[in-house]
Design a binder for this molecule. Structure first.
Ligand SMILES: C[S@@+](CC[C@H](N)C(=O)[O-])C[C@H]1O[C@@H](n2cnc3c(N)ncnc32)[C@H](O)[C@@H]1O
Length: 292
């Protein structure tokens, strides 16, 4: 990552965890090996989860209730810089993601007047961005109607920010170059953001890439698990790659962007493995690029 490593960000966030000892590491290896991760790419399940979050946030109006539920699962261990760490608190992964998010937004989204987040979920990334850089036009897209209702509720409750929500699916948003969709909100020359959202589509990202290549945003920022960055000759990485494949997470997107760069149709600005995630995999690798 430019300028900072995940270690320096952890220190900045005052997060400090011991690595596990050998016997604990072996136990985690075994636990991970015995796991049978199942694909979860189910928009209906996401909608149910976001509807639950919405019912809570509608009553409380607390930012806390916009934090996605998966960050609130107990996390005794985390993957941190090539080993497992003993974290001992529930929100550690979210705490470090918060620090990383601020850093990534500062590095790559500071100067773009509009940011379009695809797979925005509860809208918390956009609310964070609005507070970090007041005055931006922000649009959140998601397949889940409940997520979009939440984004609209945030906009209603924060009239000082310029935030919109639109329903959209990565899978069939733009199936072929011959049939360009009617785009409610174009994003040419603006920024596109995804955070743990493209992860959901496995190898079905082509429709989204078509849309991006057609619209030509000024920058695309993805914080996603990137399978191709693991070194699968190492057990630690191999286990994460196995989990990633079992879950049906994003595959082939990075090679496609690398190919576009070879063909002179894209420029990769940065591609960083951050070496951090929950015990199973690293969900926060960073790919920043722009179409040409
Ligand atoms: C892990 S959540 C991430 C949410 C948000 N970006 C964040 O950082 O909290 C994945 C999101 O992708 C959305 N999603 C899943 N499949 C999708 C699809 N086919 N098209 C658009 N969004 C999708 C889900 O509804 C969910 O909001």
């Amino acid at each position: 990552m430019d300028k900072y490593t995940i270690q320096t960000l952890a220190i900045k966030a005052k997060l400090c965890w011991p690595n596990v000892d050998n016997s604990l590491r072996e136990r985690i290896f075994l636990q991970e090996l015995l796991l049978s991760p199942k694909t979860h790419a189910d928009p209906t399940a996401w909608n149910t989860a976001w509807a639950q979050l919405l019912s809570q946030y509608a009553v409380t109006n607390l930012d806390w209730d916009l934090i996605p539920y998966h960050y609130k699962q107990p996390a005794i261990y985390a993957r941190f810089y090539g080993d497992y760490s003993l974290t001992g608190s529930e929100l550690v992964v979210y705490d470090l993601w918060q620090e990383l998010r601020n850093h990534v937004f500062q590095m790559y989204l500071k100067n773009t007047p509009e940011v379009h987040e695809y797979g925005c979920g509860s809208g918390l990334n956009l609310l964070t961005l609005a507070r970090q850089f007041p005055g931006k036009k922000l649009v959140g897209y998601d397949v889940s109607p409940a997520a979009i209702t939440t984004v609209k509720l945030i906009a209603e409750r924060h009239p000082e920010i310029n935030l919109q929500g639109e329903q959209y699916s990565f899978i069939d948003g733009f199936p072929s170059n011959d049939t360009k969709p009617r785009l409610a909100i174009p994003f040419k020359n603006h920024a596109v953001l995804t955070c743990g959202a493209l992860e959901q589509v496995g190898n079905r990202w082509q429709s989204f890439l078509n849309l991006v290549m057609w619209q030509q945003p000024s920058i695309c920022v993805h914080v996603e698990p990137l399978l191709e960055l693991y070194d699968e000759t190492l057990l630690f990485d191999w286990l994460a790659a196995r989990y990633h494949r079992g879950r049906g997470y994003l595959e082939g997107f990075l090679p496609a962007i690398r190919q576009l760069e070879k063909d002179g149709r894209a420029e990769i600005i940065t591609c960083d493995r951050t070496y951090f995630g929950n015990v199973h995999n690293e969900g926060f690798s960073i790919l920043v690029w722009k179409p040409k």
